[in-house]
Design a protein around this ligand. Structure first.
Ligand code: COI
Length: 353
């Protein structure tokens, strides 16, 4: 069981938000951890098989048994969502119930008990509320919320852990990528295999691609595009985001058929694109289509919607349109408009804190 440092009631704490922001240079936000005041912790033993009431504790280091499922065998899933401060100072969440659902699907695949949707949503709201002085001022960024579901109990042999811990912490963030986005197609390392964990947010999915990312960065690229491991011919996704290619009025993205992460920004971008009148195809996208696409963009909670400057495949570099009159930009404007309250939320996607 994860021992937390100290339980406390943030409503009676002097650090609670009373209209003042945390002392931070908001113009300098990037995508790095800025420790906030509280995190939310909830435990579940295997016998109980459901989570008991959780609580807010001071953000900080945790104790964990060296033989825990997550430390030894990577039994864990993560989530990512954001809280947005609107011009009127209200704080909004974006489709948080979809993160709860995705965590449930991931938990099932990794043999873990999930928090209920209600428990998940309560944890998110309490975490953001307790840290609201860290939700950046309008126009300066957003608060990234990271729920984790971990096999925390000890188990030496391979198999599901004896106890589980759900943690949610948060950090203010700015852009995930700064500057130009130049991708390279990776032909030796694969992110996911059919029947594997590519379609859930398994913690093990990430460190396994560090080698590809590190090598690409050493060659001056910003990120990697992965191909399907079965044929090596079709696009899958980038290291932390889904990919879309645009040709004329048609937008294409790899179908979520088992190896692709069903991104919530991906889903929302597709829905926004259709409202804007674009045709969206979810299908196999052969890597060759990169060479005559007009635009390429990446989507993800951290990444938002990010236009790609270039993709290099087998040594050939293709450059793409970006900027004001592009399809990606139109989708970005509408989606972030809804998130930050600049565009009316006709979809009912935003949830006030
Ligand atoms: C997100 O976009 O929320 C992700 O999960 C990517 C992350 C691993 C940085």
């Amino acid at each position: 069981r994860v021992a937390s440092v100290q339980t406390c009631d943030p409503s009676s704490d002097s650090s609670d938000f009373k209209g003042e922001y945390a002392n931070y240079k908001w113009d300098e936000l990037g995508f790095g951890l800025i420790p906030t005041d509280y995190m939310y912790v909830m435990n579940c033993s295997k016998e109980e098989n459901s989570f008991s009431k959780g609580s807010l504790v001071r953000f900080g280091n945790m104790e964990m048994n060296p033989s825990s499922g997550i430390l030894n065998y990577g039994q864990g899933v993560l989530e990512g969502l954001k809280a947005y401060r609107r011009e009127d100072e209200k704080i909004m969440l974006f489709r948080p119930e979809l993160n709860a659902m995705r965590m449930k699907i991931g938990a099932e695949r990794m043999c873990m008990p999930p928090p209920t949707t209600q428990q998940f949503l309560d944890a998110i709201k309490q975490t953001v509320h307790a840290n609201k002085r860290w939700v950046p001022p309008p126009g300066k960024g957003s608060m990234y919320i990271r729920p984790l579901l971990l096999g925390s109990g000890p188990r030496l042999g391979v198999g599901p852990a004896s106890e589980y811990t759900f943690i949610t912490y948060a950090s203010p963030v700015g852009n995930y990528h700064e500057g130009t986005l130049n991708l390279v197609v990776e032909e030796n390392i694969y992110r996911a295999t059919p029947g594997g964990t590519g379609c859930i947010k398994a913690i093990i999915n990430y460190a396994s691609i560090y080698k590809a990312i590190t090598e690409a960065k050493a060659k001056g690229f910003s990120d990697v595009l992965f191909l399907d491991s079965k044929t090596g011919k079709n696009l899958e996704e980038a290291s932390t985001s889904n990919i879309f290619i645009v040709k004329g009025n048609v937008i294409s993205t790899p179908a979520t058929d088992g190896t692709i992460l069903p991104g919530i920004t991906r889903k929302s971008a597709i829905e926004v694109a259709r409202v804007l009148g674009y045709k969206v195809e979810e299908r196999s996208v052969p890597v060759e289509e990169l060479s005559d696409a007009d635009e390429v963009f990446l989507t993800g909670t951290a990444m938002v919607i990010n236009p790609v400057d270039s993709v290099t495949y087998q040594g050939k570099r293709t450059e793409y349109k970006k900027g004001a009159d592009t399809v990606g930009h139109n989708i970005y404007e509408m989606l972030t408009g809804i998130q930050f309250g600049r565009v009316e939320d006709k979809m009912g996607w935003t949830v006030e804190l």
